[in-house]
Design a protein around this ligand. Structure first.
Ligand code: SAM
Length: 252
């Protein structure tokens, strides 16, 4: 048991100070002035820290380019990310979105991580294109849709927080009515390693198969919409951590 009054939940990993150490390392670099305002250099520096010092759970340079292609093809005005960590993906995607005037909203539950990410977004010069919100994904999504009424449709969402939450959060998006046929796309990371089998089963199933799955599923307070039709591909990649995949899902 942690004696910290606001200790993060047990599924947080790598809370050994490496994320804050990354910031100290970054700002101690002799080339910090050249890095300032340059997203590519911020990404390259985070990669260097990851390779030479401590491993970080960033989407990385193997899977990242596939998501950049999706951003370039679809040019979303708003992309949402669940799980921001130190801001690698926020800088990578924020920079790509900036090219067509798009924005990224990154939702991160851990305020320490959000603080690191905010600083790296600032360093990259992406303050106007990336907004980081601290909170649990389901609470922030519900607040944005139901209370603030600021989010009416999901164009592109990147699920990269905790694999066990992918399916309940997808059910929440279905319930909130923000997944728009012919428009919305979901990209989920780490669906092979560590894996998200229940999420993959749902996004690959037909409406009839989903109705059958619901007969035995514990949906809790969620109200899934099995009638939504999904088309999902799962490209595989060899990453630093082993074989992994992205689940890329179109709402048809
Ligand atoms: C794999 S990391 C994200 C990596 C980041 N997207 C990148 O590629 O640079 C997962 C992050 O999700 C956050 N997280 C876990 N559960 C969450 C939740 N319910 N809502 C929001 N963030 C969550 C963790 O604190 C952690 O920082």
């Amino acid at each position: 048991m942690s004696n910290r009054p606001h200790a993060p939940p047990p599924h947080f990993i790598a809370l050994d100070g490496r994320e804050v150490d990354l910031l100290h390392w970054m700002y101690a670099r002799s080339d910090i002035k050249q890095i300032h305002g340059n997203p590519e250099k911020v990404i390259a520096a985070i990669e260097e820290y990851h390779t030479k010092h401590n491993k970080l759970m960033n989407v990385g340079d193997v899977k990242g380019p596939t998501i950049l292609e999706i951003i370039a093809q679809r040019e979303p005005s708003l992309m949402i990310e669940l799980g921001g960590y130190v801001g690698y993906s926020a800088v990578l995607f924020g920079s790509a979105l900036k090219a067509h005037g798009g924005k990224l909203l990154s939702i991160e539950i851990n305020p320490e991580m959000a603080a690191v990410a905010n600083q790296l977004v600032e360093l990259a010069g992406l303050r106007d294109n990336v907004h980081i919100m601290v909170g649990a994904s389901h609470e922030v999504l519900e607040e944005l849709v139901r209370e603030k009424k600021e989010l009416k449709e999901v164009e592109l969402i990147f699920l990269d927080h905790w694999q066990k939450l992918y399916l309940p959060d997808l059910w929440l998006l279905e319930e909130l009515g923000v997944l728009i046929p012919g428009k919305s796309m979901l990209v989920a990371d780490n669906v092979i390693m560590p894996g998200a089998p229940d999420y993959l089963e749902w996004v690959k199933a037909t409406p009839e198969e989903k109705k059958k799955l619901l007969e035995n599923a514990d949906v809790g307070i969620r109200r899934p919409k099995p009638e939504l039709i999904y088309e999902t591909v799962v490209p595989e990649f060899d990453t630093d951590f082993g074989k992994d995949g992205l689940a890329i899902t179109k709402v048809l």
